[in-house]
Structures are given as structure tokens and as C-alpha cells.
Design a protein around this ligand. Structure first.
Ligand SMILES: Cc1cc2nc3c(=O)[nH]c(=O)nc-3n(C[C@H](O)[C@H](O)[C@H](O)COP(=O)(O)OP(=O)(O)OC[C@H]3O[C@@H](n4cnc5c(N)ncnc54)[C@H](O)[C@@H]3O)c2cc1C
Length: 487
């Protein structure tokens, strides 16, 4: 049997500019098989999102189609990688078939993933199967950027300064250049990798590995309650093309939720349909000393993302608790009725309710509004940020542990380099400033369409269907200050 490799896909669901896949393909001369395995346990997680999962499954389908088009193959299984690889090795040995000569994957930095990967490395080593992992999901990995040997950063500004210093070194900038080269090839249609191998050549008819993708796509679809956007690398690139025409206005527009001013790429970035390195390359962004225009501002947002990965990978405990120890056990009020009203978007604060309804009906929420609703939950309703974090994960198509945890801990002032606890957003002033005409509010709260702009930025009393504010912002602000001062 010809020698072959397996590329283990995880959150790198694309072919173009996929470093581990490319290495496998080159080493095995195109005899690379794609494998994806998720664990059924994942489906019963309390923050599981059927909507995000469907987007993920659609992305896998696109990847499978693309691989097949190039003569390759993708096998999607629903038992965890430990079980899959163990059973595969047993099966191949029993059938006297060759084991893969190489297994590759791109690195992941979430605590669960790093534990899983070290278990798998031990297993491959024991089986004497060659394996190699690559950087892909981040431009600069957490271990490559240190304040002092062994010491990571905890404040964004010095982190970003060091990041911008390092990226211009040829070793690091070449990462952007190689992303550019692969995108250029894709665009010029000269990058048509030929894969010479399919799973049928390894598994005979009685094999125990039944592809699960179609079953899951059909079954999970029944639980989806929002329109699922187009998935895959080509759609990500289309979205990027559209953003390219708007990036110069990013600085003023990105804070206005009624304007299509941001990239809307985060759900693609989340599963690796496209990487941030490819985005930087495609937009022709350059490193900067001082943030000046929309391009620099956009670049700095990508660095925020890297910052939160840096924090999560070096302080795994943030997944479970406040980064700042003094805020681990805040005596939140945790009023369940208010929490339900927040979730449904019936708090009587139009900007908050519009945000929550955007989230519930589209799986997305504008960044400015994420900041407003998270501040409102923690500092107006005095509800534990972890409740909000979990609800976001249940709903967001881009739900991502590092960014979501970072965003929530920032808003709740419990995190690394957070908003100071005494800076409490006033939801009325926020809506006046960032949605002055109420265009965003009225999009998601059509029942308020007849109100004039001014009426939307103060309590709405005696409306036929829209509720009065559930709390008084000034009073709650005082309570929040008292609460935080206790720690
Ligand atoms: C409470 C809260 C929760 C959040 N949860 C998530 C989440 O689960 N997943 C997620 O991807 N982002 C999260 N963010 C960050 C941000 O809101 C989204 O990345 C952004 O709204 C996505 O839209 P976009 O792609 O149009 O953003 P753009 O403005 O175009 O930003 C470009 C890219 O930069 C990254 N980015 C931007 N802002 C941030 C940030 N503050 N932190 C980390 N990365 C950032 C994203 O990858 C984004 O695609 C959260 C922010 C807050 C305040």
C-alpha cells in the first residue's frame, strides 16, 4: 500500500494556506487524508450552541467538497480523537495495512485542547507514528512573546507594543508574506493541489468508521433557530473583499452599530475558514508605531484577539474564575427574573434590548453593543459575568472562549487590564452617542418605530407593548460601586 499521511483538522477548516496540511501534502506527495473528530460529550455542554454547531458543520461540508474536488477526502467522526486514532491503529494492524506515515495538525491554545493534544502526542509516540504540529490560529503564539523569560503580559498596551515590534522581524513578517503568497496563488487559480488518496483505499467495507457529517447536519438543523450564514473559505474571502472597500472608514464607523462598518469576519476566524494572518496579508496591513487610521485600528483589534489568547493560554484558570483574585467571590445579586429579561431583550433599555434581540435572531452582536449589554448585566443588574458569558456562548456564531471570556472579564472589571470598576456605562448616554437616530434600535425593536430619536434615549413609560425600565440606572450604579468597593 502507498504510504500516506493524515491531517487532523480541528479549527483550521480550509485548504488554502493551511501550514500543517501543506506540510503533510508535500511530505506524502499528495497522499494526505483529512480527518475530523468531535467528541459527543461536546454536544451536551451547558454552553452548546446548535446554531454555531450548524455553521461549523456547514463549514466542514464545504471543506469536504473542496477536498473531493481536488481528489482528496475528509472523514468526519463523532467519537473523540483518542478513540478514533486508537481504533484506527487497531483496525489497520488487524488488517495488516500500513499505519499513516505522518499525522499533522495546527495548534490550538484552549486548555481542553492542549490537554487533548498532549495525550495524543503520547499516543503517537508510543505507536511510533511521526507527527508534527504547526502555528496557524494566531500570528504570534503565546510562548513567543514574553515580558521576561517565562513571564507573559497582563496589560494590553505593552503587549501590543511588543507585538508590533516583533512582527516586523523577518522571521515573523514572513508569516504574513507566506499567507499572501498562498492567497495570490488561490486567486490566480494556480493553486490546485492534487490529492492522490481517499479513505476507501485505507478502509475496506467492514470498517468501523462511518462518516457522520450528513447525519449531524440533518439532525442538528432541527434545533437551529436563526438563518445560518454562508460558510467556508470562499465565503470568508467574499466577506473580506467587501470589507476591503470599507476599511478606510473603520475608525469612525466601527462604533456605530447601525453602520456596516466592521469586518463581520469573526465567525470565519473562529473555525479557521480564514486566519488573521491571511486577513492582514489580503488587506495589505502594515505594522505601525502609532495607531493612526482605520487600518491601524483594525490591526489593533486583531492584536486584542491575540492578547486574550495570550492570557487564556498562560492563565488557564480564567476559564473558571475571575483573573483578579479579589473578585473571585463577588456577592452578586443574581436576580433570575432580571436575567431572563436581559436574555429576552425586555429590560426597558432600548439599546440593551436591541442588542440582545440582535444576538437572539442573528447569532451576532455588534462589538459596541456587546460592551453595553455586558456592562449592563454586571453593573446595572449586578448579575455574575459568568452567566452572561455562558449565554453569549449559547448564542454567538463567533463564540470563542478566549475572546468571550476576555470581553466579559473586561466589562465586569474582573479581568486582565479590565475596564476600571468605577467606569460604569450609562446605557442612555451610550445609545445617544452610538445610535443617535435610533436606527439600530428600531431595526431590532420595531415596536418603537414611531418614537422619535430623543424618546429612545430615556425611559419609555406607558408604551402599549414595550416595558418600562426594570431598574433605575443611577441607583444601580451606586449599588455597583458599593459592591466592588467591598473587595
Ligand atoms: C462581552 C464581549 C464578548 C465577546 N465575545 C466574543 C466572542 O465570543 N468571539 C469573538 O470573536 N469576539 C468576541 N468579542 C469581541 C468582538 O465583539 C467581536 O470579535 C466582534 O464584534 C466581531 O465582529 P467583527 O468581526 O465585525 O469585528 P471587527 O471590528 O471587524 O474586528 C476584527 C476582528 O478582531 C477580533 N476582535 C475584535 N475585537 C475584539 C475583542 N475585543 N477581543 C478579541 N478579539 C476581537 C475579531 O476576531 C474580529 O473579527 C466579544 C466582546 C465583548 C465585549
Amino acid at each position: 500500500m502507498t504510504s500516506y499521511g493524515i491531517h487532523w483538522f480541528r479549527r483550521d477548516l480550509r485548504i488554502t494556506g493551511n501550514p500543517a496540511l501543506a506540510h503533510n501534502w508535500q511530505t506524502t506527495k499528495g497522499n494526505t487524508l483529512g480527518l475530523f473528530c468531535f467528541d459527543k460529550k461536546f454536544l451536551s455542554r451547558s454552553d452548546f450552541s446548535a446554531n454555531r454547531f450548524q455553521f461549523f458543520l456547514e463549514t466542514l461540508q464545504k471543506l469536504k467538497d473542496e477536498l473531493k474536488q481536488y481528489g482528496g477526502d475528509l472523514l468526519v467522526l463523532d467519537v473523540g480523537p483518542e478513540h478514533v486514532f486508537k481504533t484506527l491503529v487497531q483496525y489497520l494492524s488487524a488488517e495488516s495495512k500500513a499505519l499513516p506515515s505522518l499525522i499533522t495538525w495546527n495548534r490550538d491554545y484552549e486548555p481542553y485542547a492542549t490537554n487533548r493534544d498532549s495525550t495524543m502526542i503520547d499516543f503517537f509516540d508510543k505507536q511510533q507514528i511521526a507527527h508534527k504540529d504547526f502555528r496557524d490560529h494566531l500570528i504570534i503564539e503565546p510562548h513567543e512573546l514574553e515580558k521576561a523569560p517565562g513571564e507573559g503580559y497582563q496589560v494590553y498596551s505593552p503587549f501590543a507594543r511588543k507585538w508590533m515590534k516583533i512582527i516586523r522581524e523577518p522571521e515573523f513578517w514572513s508569516r504574513i508574506q507566506s499567507s499572501k503568497a498562498s492567497l495570490d496563488k488561490y486567486k490566480s487559480k494556480s493553486d490546485k493541489p492534487r490529492f492522490g488518496f481517499t479513505w476507501n483505499e485505507v478502509l475496506d467495507t467492514s470498517h468501523p468508521f462511518k462518516d457522520q457529517l450528513e447525519t449531524y447536519r440533518e439532525d442538528n438543523r432541527k434545533h437551529v433557530d436563526i438563518p445560518i450564514p454562508k460558510a467556508g473559505f470562499a465565503s470568508a474571502l467574499e466577506t473580506l473583499d467587501s470589507f476591503k472597500t470599507r476599511i478606510d472608514n473603520y475608525k469612525p464607523d466601527r462604533d456605530m452599530p447601525s453602520i456596516n462598518g466592521t469586518s463581520r469576519l469573526s465567525h470565519f476566524v473562529k473555525n479557521g475558514s480564514i486566519t488573521t494572518s491571511q486577513i492582514v496579508a489580503y488587506l495589505g496591513l502594515n505594522y505601525y508605531d502609532k495607531r493612526e487610521d482605520g487600518r491601524d485600528t483594525y490591526f489593533s483589534e486583531l492584536v486584542w484577539r491575540e492578547f486574550y489568547y495570550h492570557i487564556l493560554s498562560r492563565h488557564k484558570r480564567v476559564e473558571q474564575e475571575a483573573f483578579l483574585p479579589k473578585y473571585k467571590d463577588i456577592a452578586w445579586d443574581n436576580n433570575k427574573e432580571w436575567f431572563d429579561q436581559w436574555k429576552k431583550g425586555t429590560t426597558g433599555f432600548p439599546i440593551v434590548d436591541a442588542g440582545m434581540r440582535e444576538l437572539n435572531t442573528t447569532g451576532h452582536m455588534h462589538n459596541r453593543v456587546r460592551m453595553i449589554v455586558s456592562s449592563f448585566l454586571t453593573k446595572d443588574l449586578l448579575i455574575n459575568w459568568q452567566w452572561g458569558e455562558q449565554y453569549f456562548m449559547e448564542k454567538l456564531l463567533d463564540g470563542d472562549l478566549a475572546a468571550n471570556n476576555g470581553g466579559w472579564q473586561w466589562a465586569a472589571s474582573t479581568g486582565c487590564d479590565p475596564q476600571p470598576y468605577f467606569r460604569i456605562f450609562n446605557p442612555w448616554l451610550q445609545s445617544k452617542k452610538f445610535d443617535p437616530e435610533g436606527v439600530y434600535i428600531k431595526t431590532y425593536l420595531p415596536e418603537l418605530k414611531d418614537l422619535n430619536a430623543k424618546e429612545l434615549h430615556k425611559p419609555i413609560l406607558s408604551h402599549k407593548t414595550y416595558p418600562e425600565p426594570i431598574v433605575d440606572h443611577s441607583k444601580q450604579r451606586e449599588l455597583a460601586l458599593e459592591l466592588y468597593k467591598r473587595y
